[in-house]
Structure formats: structure tokens, C-alpha cells
Design a protein around this ligand. Structure first.
Ligand code: SF4
Length: 293
């Protein structure tokens, strides 16, 4: 099979998996939150979310009407042939998935307000590239819902305030967001780099499994502190109060300019959809986030 056909087929499958079936780590985290939530209204919301997830999986239909704007992350082996065919293949996959899954058309021209109708357009789907060693192609899709996207925030805070300023900025952002991002959320937090780098890292941090702690002990500690503080806000599931405003916090960083201290907070909603697959040189496909029969 030609690489472009294979990538297109894998792209459609990843989109279908992502919007109909949450990765196991997210599902388990929501189940744990349901068991431990003490607030009645919050617990009822988590129960409804879990029923919804179950139904979506059984009927193979999207778990939320907002199937997001489509973002792909690619780790391309430097020895892989025909990398120039991949962007077009993923665009075709998006058009096909919009009809076949189906996905809600979510790509709107900001000047004409015209919806393209097939989830493609200028820079949509957006593709992040990383060149790695080897000869495999790893593709991850992140369908990003609008509600959680609308409260993402970037602060160019004073370098003098340091980590304390970072913590304040993150918790203020969570408080301001309230119920809007459909909590319980996952927070991607990144500090350093420039404005664009911080937000890129924060959003990419949302791809990390909830059950994997940060390999850097200092960052792991910061993640726990931010998780505890965010959950102390009491915003709770869908903003109706409770212990679970966030399911997890993932932190990343880049070195910074001495005069700058960018802090980015990316929100993911309870519908924390992501799906990944690795295409090997012999054409075999390994699905990494979902079991595929
Ligand atoms: S924020 Fe997430 S759960 Fe809420 S409507 Fe958007 S995609 Fe759906």
C-alpha cells in the first residue's frame, strides 16, 4: 500500500477512535473521581459523564457534539521516505472522517465567517512536526474542543515573581475559567521559551497520560501542588461544586530570556480525546492509546 493511502486510513481510524473512545487513563481517572467525589451535584455530573462515555463507546458515536478543531502531532523517523505526502494524506483523512464518523464541521474562516464544511482550511488540520531517529512515523491526533480552548491563557508575568507568580497565575486562570471548560479538566502548564513556545509546550503536555508522573521530581512536585490547589477551588465537575475541578496537571518548561517569564495554561475538558498510532517501515500499524481488534 502507498504511504499516503496508509496514512490516510490510519488518520481516519485515529479520528474515529479519539472522538468515540477515551484513552484508558482518562476513563480510569474519571471513574476514580466519581468514586471519591463527595459533593452530590458534582457526583451526579460525573455519573452522567461516565454514562455518556459508555454510550459513545458502545454506539461508536462522538462523546460530545463538539468534535473539536483537528490537530496532529507527528514524530517522523529521519529515515522515512515520502514524508512530503503526509500533510495531504491527513487533510484527506480529516475530510473523510468528517463524513464517516461523523465529525462536526468546525473550521471557520475568521474574516468571512464561512465554515469550510469539512474541518479543513488554512492551517487546519494543524500539524506539528518532530524529526526523530529511525524509520517509523508516529501520529497523534488531538481534537480540541472550543469550550476548553476559549479559557486557555498566556501570562507574561514578572520574572521576579518566579514560581510563586507561576502558581498564582495558574490558579487565577482556573478560577476565572470556572465551569466554562467543562471540568473536570486536565491542565497543561508550561513556563519559559517565548509566548508561542510556552503555549505550544502547554498544549502538548495535554497528551501525556494521566497515570504517568513527571520524570523530573521537582516538576512532579509542582504538578501535585497545582493539582491540589486547583481542586481546592471547589469549582467541581461541570462547575457544580466538588473535589474534582481537575483530573491532572502536566508541567513542561523551556529556558527563558532573562527579561521574560511566559506562563501558558492550556485546558482540556473531561472529553480529553487523543489517539496515537505508529506506522512501521513494513506497513504494519501499532495503535498506542486504544485497543484495536
Ligand atoms: S469543552 Fe469539551 S466537553 Fe465541553 S462542549 Fe467543548 S468539547 Fe464538549
Amino acid at each position: 500500500m502507498k504511504i499516503e493511502t496508509l496514512v490516510e486510513d490510519v488518520g481516519v481510524k485515529l479520528l474515529q477512535l479519539a472522538v468515540t473512545k477515551l484513552p484508558q487513563d482518562v476513563k480510569e481517572s474519571l471513574q476514580q473521581a466519581y468514586r471519591e467525589e463527595e459533593n452530590g451535584a458534582g457526583k451526579t455530573q460525573l455519573e452522567a459523564i461516565l454514562k455518556n462515555i459508555d454510550l459513545a463507546e458502545k454506539t461508536s458515536t462522538p462523546m460530545c457534539q463538539d468534535t473539536g478543531v483537528i490537530i496532529f502531532y507527528i514524530k517522523a523517523g529521519a529515515q522515512t521516505q515520502n514524508l512530503d505526502k503526509i500533510e495531504k494524506a491527513l487533510s484527506k483523512a480529516t475530510i473523510r472522517a468528517t463524513k464517516e464518523v461523523p465529525l462536526r464541521p468546525n473550521a471557520v474562516n475568521p474574516f468571512t465567517q464561512k465554515n469550510s464544511g469539512d474541518n479543513t482550511g488554512r492551517y487546519v488540520p494543524f500539524i506539528h512536526w518532530e524529526i526523530v531517529s529511525g524509520n517509523t512515523i508516529e501520529i497523534t491526533v488531538l481534537p480540541k474542543g472550543g469550550g476548553s480552548e476559549n479559557v486557555c491563557s498566556l501570562g507574561m508575568i514578572s520574572p521576579g515573581t518566579g514560581v510563586k507568580g507561576l502558581k498564582n497565575f495558574v490558579i487565577d486562570t482556573v478560577m476565572n475559567a470556572g465551569a466554562k471548560p467543562c471540568p473536570p479538566n486536565i491542565l497543561g502548564v508550561a513556563v519559559g521559551g517565548g509566548a508561542d513556545i510556552a503555549m505550544k509546550l502547554a498544549k502538548e503536555a495535554l497528551l501525556r497520560p494521566l497515570n504517568e508522573s513527571n520524570p523530573d521530581p521537582e516538576l512532579a512536585k509542582l504538578e501535585t501542588e497545582l493539582y491540589d490547589a486547583a481542586n481546592m477551588t471547589g469549582i467541581g465537575p461541570m462547575g457544580l461544586g466538588g473535589k474534582f475541578t481537575v483530573l491532572g496537571v502536566k508541567v513542561d518548561y523551556a529556558h527563558r530570556h532573562p527579561a521574560s517569564y511566559p506562563v501558558a495554561v492550556a485546558f482540556q475538558c473531561w472529553a480529553a480525546r487523543r489517539a496515537s498510532a505508529r506506522i512501521h517501515a513494513d506497513g504494519t500499524v501499532e495503535y498506542l492509546t486504544h485497543k484495536v481488534m
